[in-house]
Write a protein that binds this ligand. Structure first.
Ligand code: NAG
Ligand code: NAG
Ligand code: NAG
Ligand code: NAG
Ligand code: NAG
Ligand code: NAG
Ligand code: NAG
Ligand code: NAG
Ligand code: NAG
Length: 450
């Protein structure tokens, strides 16, 4: 019992230590230039109550003060990335995205201390003598605004049911419609206003692999009907598929002038020779051979060299794409790859991979031959190990912070926590001696027979 309690309190402590609870805050306004680019604070920084109040100042100094506060129960910045595209038939953040884009000023804060949000309404009421109106979702269309006074409208959005991805997307889409409708009404009335969209708590997103796989599968099924022509490239070891590779655009430029678009050859017409590819449990090489491409390029081979290794600190296997080689007319251009790694059971996805330093995963030239090529691969996805059912596994994305280093840190702290918990448990098991020498009671007699 004590152990359970202890463990529970450690879990709470750990949670506190790992993350101050924070939520994203979206601000936009019809007033122009309320915020300048310096306000876009560094990623990874949790904005404190005081900083948030500073950022809200420009809203209070406008002539016509109307503020709408959309308050949801839970929201995390991952929701915007995960549900940003259309999801099944829903388009969860369609209106919000559009409004943010078209607003005269807008500011997206990805992490604001939750404490600042729970005190936000009190703070707002203290700062200006607002007329506060709470609006129910059903009353949005009948909104009356008296612009002679500063107004604050508080709209409590419906709770997000996070049973599964579909219900979550639906709930977001419903709230998004309310936001869109109210914004439209205020705009039609010609009222100047500012908006805050946030939530009371962050969402604890614990997506199980199955849920993600299921939704990916569903999405892929929809896409497959629409585009029959493009399919991922596959390499077999004779019996099973051992390498999968996909991209929406795969092109090269030599000497800044010669463009070679390999997308159709690779993924549509499959005019690529894969016979030099190699698969094993520890090494995999995807070799793409094209011939008779253009004048001046008689043969072109592109190799992706992958390895699968056990990293003891993380207690699991990781696969990495170690290097990329372009062999053109027997000259070899070699690149190191910046950060392509994923747990070995996963695939790896990155929106942009190539030689430009702006891309999510970079190809770093190792020899002078490499400098003549520009590589551009969009919607890159690769898997060289542990392919199940001839399909990509769950994709670890280059934008996520899922790296061997972080994994090692997590595993190490969990192990240390267990040791500590065990130690404290042992200490609590120690009981005081039940029989001390009591002067009033009968003396403790020690038989001295020999
Ligand atoms: C593997 O690729 C071939 C074309 O090279 C294609 O016909 C086949 O459907 C692919 N298999 C899978 C499981 O994607
Ligand atoms: C191909 O790979 C599968 C799974 O990794 C393995 O079971 C099979 O023996 C391999 N086949 C050949 C011909 O190497
Ligand atoms: C492969 O990439 C194309 C283009 O991005 C995409 O339409 C398709 O769904 C992808 N296929 C798989 C199986 O991921
Ligand atoms: C791939 O990108 C290049 C340059 O960005 C473009 O010229 C080409 O048309 C694209 N190819 C496809 C198939 O979209
Ligand atoms: C690029 O330029 C170099 C030297 O200027 C030349 O040797 C090479 O053949 C060119 N490559 C292509 C693909 O045109
Ligand atoms: C690739 O194929 C598609 C359809 O098959 C075609 O519309 C497109 O123009 C082709 N792109 C290139 C660069 O050849
Ligand atoms: C593919 O390349 C290998 C050698 O690299 C060659 O033996 C084979 O004939 C080629 N296949 C095709 C279909 O061109
Ligand atoms: C795997 O690749 C490494 C270097 O990339 C090499 O040293 C090793 O011999 C390779 N192992 C196999 C089984 O091919
Ligand atoms: C490329 O990687 C190798 C092996 O990891 C390393 O020795 C080399 O210094 C790297 N080169 C560059 C230019 O980063």
């Amino acid at each position: 019992m004590a152990l359970v309690q202890l463990f529970y309190s450690f879990a709470v402590l750990l949670r506190l230590a790992l993350s101050v609870d924070h939520v994203p805050v979206l601000l936009w306004s019809t007033h122009s230039s309320l915020w300048n680019s310096e306000d876009t604070l560094q990623e990874g920084h949790v904005i404190s109550k005081r900083e948030l109040h500073m950022l809200l100042q420009p809203v209070f100094t406008q002539d016509s003060k109307n503020l709408v506060l959309f308050l949801q129960d839970t929201l995390s910045v991952e929701d915007f990335t995960y549900y940003s595209e259309s999801f099944g038939n829903e388009r969860p953040f369609h209106n919000v995205q559009g409004i943010l884009k078209s607003s005269s000023s807008s500011l997206v804060l990805s992490a604001v201390d939750c404490q600042a949000i729970s005190d936000l309404l009190d703070y707002l009421q203290e700062s200006v003598n607002w007329k506060l109106t709470a609006i129910e979702e059903s009353e949005v269309s009948k909104l009356e605004v008296d612009t002679s006074k500063p107004n604050i409208f508080v709209v409590k959005l419906q709770p997000i049911s996070r049973l599964n991805d579909i219900s979550t997307a639906k709930a977001f889409a419903a709230n998004d419609k309310i936001i869109g409708r109210l914004t439209m009404i205020l705009q039609e009335k010609g009222i100047q206003f500012s908006v805050i969209y946030t939530a009371v708590r962050p969402s604890r997103i614990l997506r199980t692999l199955d849920v993600v796989l299921e939704s990916r599968r569903r999405l892929m099924a929809i896409e497959a009907q629409e585009t029959l022509q493009q399919h991922p490239l596959n390499v077999t070891n004779g019996t099973d598929i051992c390498i999968l590779f996909n991209a929406s655009n795969f092109s090269l430029t030599a000497n800044k002038t010669v463009h070679v678009d390999l997308t159709n050859l690779t993924f549509v017409s499959s005019k690529v020779n894969l016979s030099s590819s190699v698969c094993s449990a520890t090494n995999a090489t995807l070799s793409l051979n094209y011939d008779g491409l253009l004048d001046g390029i008689n043969s072109l081979e592109i190799r992706f060299l992958m390895t699968n290794k056990f990293y003891s600190g993380s207690a699991r296997d990781w696969f990495t794409l170690d290097s990329v080689e372009i062999v053109c007319n027997t000259k070899v251009a070699r690149y190191n790859v910046s950060i392509i790694s994923a747990p070995a059971e996963y695939s790896f996805h990155c929106q942009l991979v190539g030689t430009s330093s702006l891309y999510g995963a970079k190809l770093i030239p190792v020899n002078s031959e490499a400098k003549i090529w520009d590589v551009y691969i969009s919607e890159f996805q690769i898997q060289g190990f542990n392919i199940k059912n001839n399909k990509f596994s769950y994709a670890s994305d280059c934008t996520s912070f899922f790296s061997p280093g972080i994994w090692m840190g997590l595993v190490t702290s969990i192990v240390l926590l267990w040791i500590l918990t065990y130690g404290v448990h042992m200490i609590m098991q120690l009981t005081t001696n039940s029989r001390f020498d009591d002067p009033k009671g009968t003396a403790l007699s020690v038989p001295q027979t020999e």
